[in-house]
Design a protein around this ligand. Structure first.
Ligand code: SAM
Length: 315
């Protein structure tokens, strides 16, 4: 019982507003845009976001200022491109910058980081591709973020094409597969504040692949010195290979993860150093999009000699 109480407290302490626009969001949302661009060109698609967050975030909010994480992500990327109109930008990154410009009119083509006030979360990004036949199903368990999500999605007037529920996204996924459209993109983006999230991700994806082997599954994971985090992409590779499905794994490291001491003698671990996007049944276009984007992300977001990227795939 004590364990459950600690776990619930951990879940409710996570608020994505502190992390919005960090380097992990940059990698995740660029990958998501590339996936949605391709998958929504065809017949009806059901997009299921198991851990939706609030949908939209203010980069000038107290949350964002307190953490400063966007400084290592979207603000660093835009600072690298600010007033460099001739810069060659990979198409997937250009699409991401266009999305940001749509939300932040003064950001425009100048990519001035000072003009970035609003940052889109995965539900907002998916909503941009929803026209007509596609469906969006969003799950968020935190009451405050769920209220914000419902308000943000409500304002977009997507009608019956989009639905939000304050439900456990891991549990909500099962009965939705296979969807009536027989085409789906599942975004699985837990906070991993609770160690049990790692096991729940592999269990839910293993089950989903049995129920609906042809769906596209996009899973974000942190690359941190913790055995569960290290094992997760390996487990996902095994699940995909056993199901005979293709997979792609893209990682971005922006700094080292070594402990360091402050002047007061306190031992600190730097914030999140790296993360990955694991995609099962990726569209054939995704590898090329990320192959062009990842070296640029490494160059523009890398903070020290540990900066690196890796792109692998298999079937
Ligand atoms: N996908 C969002 C994006 O890219 O903008 C960010 C999501 S954030 C990393 C994870 C979210 O999952 C948090 O808002 C948290 O409150 C929520 N959450 C945690 N456990 C959950 C669960 N079991 N089911 C649904 N939501 C959950």
């Amino acid at each position: 019982m004590a364990y459950a109480a600690v776990s619930i407290a951990a879940m409710f302490s996570y608020r994505h507003a502190f992390h919005a626009g960090n380097h992990a969001d940059v990698l995740k949302h660029i990958t998501l845009l590339a996936l949605l661009k391709y998958l929504t060109q065809k017949e009806a698609l059901t997009v299921i976001d198991t851990h939706a967050g609030a949908g939209l975030y203010r980069l000038d909010s107290d949350h964002s200022h307190t953490s400063g994480e966007a400084q290592e992500g979207v603000l660093r990327l835009s600072a690298a491109l600010h007033d460099k109109p001739g810069a060659e930008v990979a198409p997937a990154i250009a699409g991401y910058l266009d999305l940001l410009a749509g939300l932040n009119p003064d950001f425009g083509a100048s990519h001035d980081p000072a003009a970035l006030r609003v940052y889109p979360g995965s539900p907002f990004i998916a909503s941009q591709f929803l026209a007509g036949r596609h469906k969006l199903k969003l799950f968020e368990l935190h009451p405050t973020d769920f209220r914000a999500l419902s308000g943000n999605i409500g304002q977009l007037e997507l009608g019956r094409g989009a639905a939000c529920a304050m439900q456990d996204g891991f549990e909500a996924l099962r009965p939705l597969l296979p969807p009536p459209s027989r085409r789906a993109l599942v975004i699985c983006d837990p906070s991993y504040e609770m160690k049990t999230d790692y096991g729940r991700v592999s269990a839910v994806i293993g089950d989903a692949l049995k129920r609906f082997p042809t769906g596209t599954y996009a899973i974000w994971y942190p690359l941190i010195p913790r055995p569960e985090a290290h094992d997760l992409p390996k487990k996902l590779k095994t699940l995909a290979s056993r199901a005979g499905r293709a997979w792609l794994d893209a990682t971005l490291t922006v700094k080292g993860s070594k402990l360091h001491k402050t002047v007061d003698g306190e031992t600190l671990r730097p914030g999140l150093p790296a993360s990955g996007m694991f995609v099962i049944n990726p569209p054939y276009t995704l590898h090329g999009e990320l192959k062009a984007a990842l070296p640029q992300l490494e160059q523009w977001l890398g903070q020290d000699h540990n900066a690196a990227h890796c792109l692998s795939q298999g079937s």
